[in-house]
Every structure is written in C-alpha cells, then in structure tokens.
Design a protein around this ligand. Structure first.
Ligand code: CTP
Length: 399
C-alpha cells in the first residue's frame, strides 16, 4: 500500500540507542512509496553507521554541514526545500532543547531552523530525562511552536529502567506519519465500529461462523483514527492486529457484540456497523460435545439474533449510523431497501463475490439522494474515502 506515495521526507537521527529502530523505519517508509533523505547528527553515527542508513534509504546520507557533495554548500537549504516533512527520530533530550532555542550548530539542527515544511519529532530518552522539568518545558514549547511530538511510548528501556520515554516502534511512527498527511475530518469525534465475523456455538467445541476477514472494518477504524477520531473497534475473531491508536474490544458471539455496542453507543458521535453479524444463533446449544456415535446428525434449532445496527439507529440522541451490505445480486435495490429498513442515513454497499477476503474493493454509498459509486481501490484507500464522505454528511448535532 503506497500510503506515502509522492512524499519526500527528511528523516533526522540524533544520538540515542533508538537509532536502531530508525533503520527499520526507513525501510517501511520506502515500502510505502516515500523518498527519504537521511540526515544524522555526529552523535547518531556512534549508534548506527551512515552506510547502513544509505543502503536502506538508497540515497546519500548527510552528517556534515560542510558536505562537499552539495555544490553550493547549502545542504541545510537544499534538503528541506521540496520536503513534505522532517521527522527527527530519535529526538534526544539535547536535540529537543536545541530546537527550542533555535540553535544551529550542526546540519540537522540548521536544516530544522531553515525548514519550510512541518517538523515532527519522536522523543527517545531515559524516563528521568523525559520527566525532568527542562524537558517538560521544552515539549510544551515545541508544541506551541507547531512541532508535532510523536509519543514517546512507555515500557522497558535500554538502560534497564521502565517508564515513559522510549521511542515509538517503527510501525507506530509509520502510522503517525501516514496519519499526519490525512485531512483531520473527524478531529474530536468519537467513533464506534463493529468488524469481523461473529461465532455462534453449537456445543463446547463446534461453532457456526462466516467468511468475513475483518479487513474492511479494520481499514475503516484505521481511517477514522487517521482523520483524528477516538475509535473503539468491537471485533469478532480475526487474524488482524488492532490498528495503532484504536481501542479494540474483542467479542465472539452476536449477543456479546450487541452488549458491547449498546453499552458504548451513547458516548459516541458515529456508529459504523461493518461486522458480518450472524442472523441466527443455535437455540439448543449442547452442554457437552455432541458425539457422532450417540446421535443421528443433530437437528439444530435457531433463534434470531438482535439487530445491533437497527437498535442503535433507534436510540434517542444516539450516534449517526452507517451500515454495510454485501449482496450477491441487485445491489442498488437491496441496499436502498436495507437502509430504509434499518432507519439509517447512510449505507455502504458492495458485491460480496468481488471483495471477500480481497485487499481491493469497489463500493457505492446509498443515502437520501441516491447511489454514489466511489472509485475502486485498496480497502484502506476506499476506507479513507468512506470516512471523508461520513464527515461531509454529519448533521450539525454530530458535527
Ligand atoms: N447488522 C447488525 N446486527 C445484526 C445484523 C446485521 O448490526 N444482527 C448490521 C451489519 O453490521 C451491517 C448491516 O447490519 O451493517 C447488514 O444488514 P443485514 O440485514 O444483516 O444484512 P444481511 O444479513 O445481508 O441481510 P439479508 O440477509 O436480508 O440480505
């Protein structure tokens, strides 16, 4: 997925053991389509060599302000002009202090001062250094100066201590960087999403489920987080990792999903029902494993599961609701009917046979004004378009 396609990023490394994570980060940025110019402080070169960063970025690495490879000796200008962002990862306590004071005594600090693009920093330091009053003051000042601070994370540190101050992991920094380039259409909103299949027990070892992979719901959750929302994802069992920044509540059966959603819904602005919820559950669940030699093939009785989406849509002052429908035929007809039956303002419809377990998808939006096909693309790109469409339709009470 080329989420950073056409982006030129300057990746700055200041001195810290977290430099080893930046090797992985540069690879992941390039995999996502970015062009990355690496600039290192002298201290950073003690932790990882410029050769490593050059091999991984596929471009020259700069350390020295007097680098003769830049014909006009203006590396600090050349490297930032045309860059979409500078990300300093790791940003040491000393480097943050330098930024606050506008110091420019090496190439990286000079180009941060001379930049004409956004600056993001990923602090990495011992917990006492992060908690120290000067660093607290510097973080506040950097934010006031418009610098984005990513993390830090919490946990065990290279020094053997445990606490706040470790650099975010490469996949977390990548998620933050990708989100930085997305429009903040849902800033300050709370979004509740269901995803994945449900599983309904037959006996203690057997279940009935469906083929939902959860990919679409997880992509919507990620896109909503990227758009600035606080996201809760109520998910049936899937093989997917929770998207970074999203709170996942794991459930199995439709009734567990119903209970989790009904409890959370009143505190949310938007509810997006993507889960493939089992319409029925087994009424006569066997308390012991059904043995094949004891029985004829078991006669299962079914009862209907509650409709989660229709229940939330009927809540007074409830969240603004979006449904999903995967049909195998007559998409427009069934989608319009389903939207009206569920009492929801918007429904996303697609043809199931085209998208089951696939990475790409084609969907149409259905609302009061009719059908609106979206451009085909990866599930993540389409999820971003759906999130933007939701943000554009939010009525005043929710907007
Ligand atoms: N949904 C739900 N709770 C259920 C069933 C479905 O919240 N018990 C939601 C799904 O998450 C999805 C939408 O409702 O957003 C799908 O509607 P549904 O009536 O389940 O569609 P189908 O099962 O496909 O209906 P039908 O079998 O009539 O086509």
């Amino acid at each position: 997925m080329l989420d950073l396609r056409d982006k030129r990023i300057v990746l700055g490394l200041s001195g810290g053991i977290a430099c080893y994570k930046s090797a992985e980060l540069v690879r992941r940025m390039i995999e996502r389509g970015a062009t990355v110019d690496v600039v290192m402080t002298d201290a950073a070169t003690h932790f990882i060599t410029p050769v490593t960063m050059q091999a991984l970025s596929g471009r020259p690495v700069f350390v020295n302000a007097w680098d003769a490879r830049v014909p006009n000796n203006m590396a600090h200008i050349d490297l930032t002009r045309g860059a979409d962002a500078i990300l300093v990862a790791p940003a040491s306590a000393d480097f943050m202090a330098k930024l606050v004071h506008g110091r420019a005594d090496d190439l990286l600090s000079t180009l941060c001062l001379a930049r004409a693009c956004p600056l993001l920093v990923a602090p990495a330091m011992n917990r006492e250094m992060w908690a120290a009053p000067p660093t607290r003051r510097n973080a506040v000042q950097l934010r006031a100066d418009g610098v984005g601070i990513l993390g830090p994370g919490s946990g065990s540190q290279a020094c053997g201590e445990t606490g706040d101050g470790r650099m975010l992991e490469p996949h977390e920094l990548l998620a933050e960087l990708i989100a930085f380039f997305q429009p903040s259409t849902l800033a300050g909103k709370r979004v509740l999403i269901t995803a994945g299949p449900t599983i309904e027990p037959i006996d203690p070892v057997r279940v009935i489920t469906n083929r939902s992979s959860g990919k679409t719901g997880y992509a919507i959750a990620r896109a909503a987080w990227e758009a600035g929302a606080e996201v809760t994802l109520v998910s049936g069992p899937t093989a997917l990792d929770a998207p970074y920044g999203v709170t996942r509540v794991g459930v199995e059966s439709a009734r567990q999903m119903y209970d989790a959603v009904i409890a959370a819904a009143p505190g949310n602005d938007i509810f997006i029902a993507v889960a493939a919820v089992a319409d029925w559950r087994v009424a006569n669940i066997a308390s012991d494993k059904i043995k094949k030699d004891d029985h004829e093939p078991p006669a299962l009785e079914f009862v209907a599961n509650p409709d989660i989406l229709a229940t939330v849509a009927a809540m007074p002052n409830g969240p603004w609701c979006v449904g999903f429908a995967a049909e195998t035929q007559l998409l427009s007809k069934f989608a319009h009917e389903k939207r009206l039956r569920k009492g929801i303002p918007m429904l996303v419809g697609n043809l199931a046979q085209h998208v089951m377990d696939a990475d790409d998808t084609t969907v149409s939006l259905f609302d009061d004004a009719g059908e609106h096909p979206l451009p085909a693309g990866s599930k993540q790109d389409v999820a971003r378009l759906i999130v933007r469409a939701i943000a554009a339709r939010l009525p005043a009470r929710h907007a």
